[in-house]
Design a protein around this ligand. Structure first.
Ligand code: PMP
Length: 305
């Protein structure tokens, strides 16, 4: 990804894509303490707009707070930076990646004495789990890796280090011929996907694990909660067992990258009709209406660039 034309916002200025570099003795590279966001901009009916920019920026600052990192820019500056990279790279719809990391002044586990850095990049990125996955649903494997316990790496931070867990789970699932992994928490209850929150539907009620299962407080998860309320669909946050997913009528993943992706199979067990179910389709359509600017109720979630 490094060999491209374009601009990346780095510590307050736009630099050439190929020059957006850091030193090999960067603290975060060695010890994994850093935080990031995944944000999307859509080519809406009113032009290019970033979806829930404020919520993503707030979560980035909360992640940094949890990791005791003081981002040396204001939320306004970081929000502006996200708009700037979309514009500077002439992107109509794209994925945006803000990241804050600890610098290279010194190594050793204690990060004290290091500068905190911030960057924002953006690039075109289609359906994360494939266009076909969005339509037909994906095949998921329950991971042999346990999701982080809430008192180990801090699950409400979108921390760089949390993703070694996601990578292991995702690699295992892909090597075994699946599309994505589903992780259980340390008590064996359903937590989330490697990069997605999970929902199941049974008898018309939508269920999702509560955050004590170690799942990230997903912004798409929250969007789906609003959608369910609008559609008059009951939504319950609760502990969910693996076998409840097997016998669910429908299931889906949510995430900024994954959007709303139906799950058609878990561990070779077909879920419901084995393809996108009717409730998932309704929620998915409502989601794409919102992000594409077709639902005026949520116009305030779209920030024009
Ligand atoms: N869980 C994990 C582990 C993730 O990486 C993501 C993607 N950010 C999500 C859930 C979904 O969060 P969001 O909807 O805010 O993108």
């Amino acid at each position: 990804m490094a060999d491209r034309d374009g601009k990346i916002w780095m510590d307050g200025e736009l630099v050439d894509w190929r020059d957006a570099k850091i030193h090999v003795l960067t603290h975060t590279l060695h010890y994994g303490c850093g935080a990031f966001e995944g944000v999307r901009a859509y080519n809406t009916v009113n032009g290019t707009a970033i979806f829930r920019l404020q919520e993503h920026t707030d979560r980035l600052f909360n992640s940094a707070k949890i990791l005791r990192m003081a981002i040396p820019f204001s939320k306004e500056q970081v929000s502006e930076a996200q708009k700037q990279v979309v514009k500077a790279n002439k992107l109509e719809s794209c994925y945006i990646r803000p990241l804050t990391w600890i610098g290279s002044q010194k190594l050793g586990v204690s990060p004290k004495g290091n500068q905190i850095h911030m960057m924002v990049a953006a690039w075109a990125w289609g359906a994360y789990l494939g266009e076909e996955g969005l339509q037909r649903g994906i095949r998921v494997k329950t991971s042999s890796y346990t999701r982080h316990h809430v008192n180990i790496t801090m699950t409400q931070a979108k921390a760089v280090s949390n993703y070694s867990n996601s990578i292991l789970a995702n690699m295992e699932a892909l090597d075994d011929g699946y599309d994505e992994a589903l992780l259980l928490d340390s008590s064996g209850f359903v937590s989330e996907g490697a990069g997605e929150n999970v929902f199941v539907i049974k008898d018309g009620v939508v269920y999702t694990p509560d955050l004590s299962a170690g799942a990230l407080n997903g912004i798409t998860r929250n969007t789906v909660m609003h959608i369910c309320k609008d559609l008059g669909i009951e939504l319950v946050q609760k502990r969910i067992t693996r076998d409840e997913v097997y016998i669910a009528d429908e299931a889906f993943f949510t995430g900024t990258a994954a959007e709303v992706t139906p799950i058609r199979e878990l561990d070779r067990v077909q879920i419901g009709i084995g393809r996108r179910g009717p409730v998932t389709e309704k929620i998915q359509n409502a989601f794409f209406d919102i992000v594409n600017g077709r639902n005026p109720k949520y116009a305030h979630w779209l920030t024009r660039v």
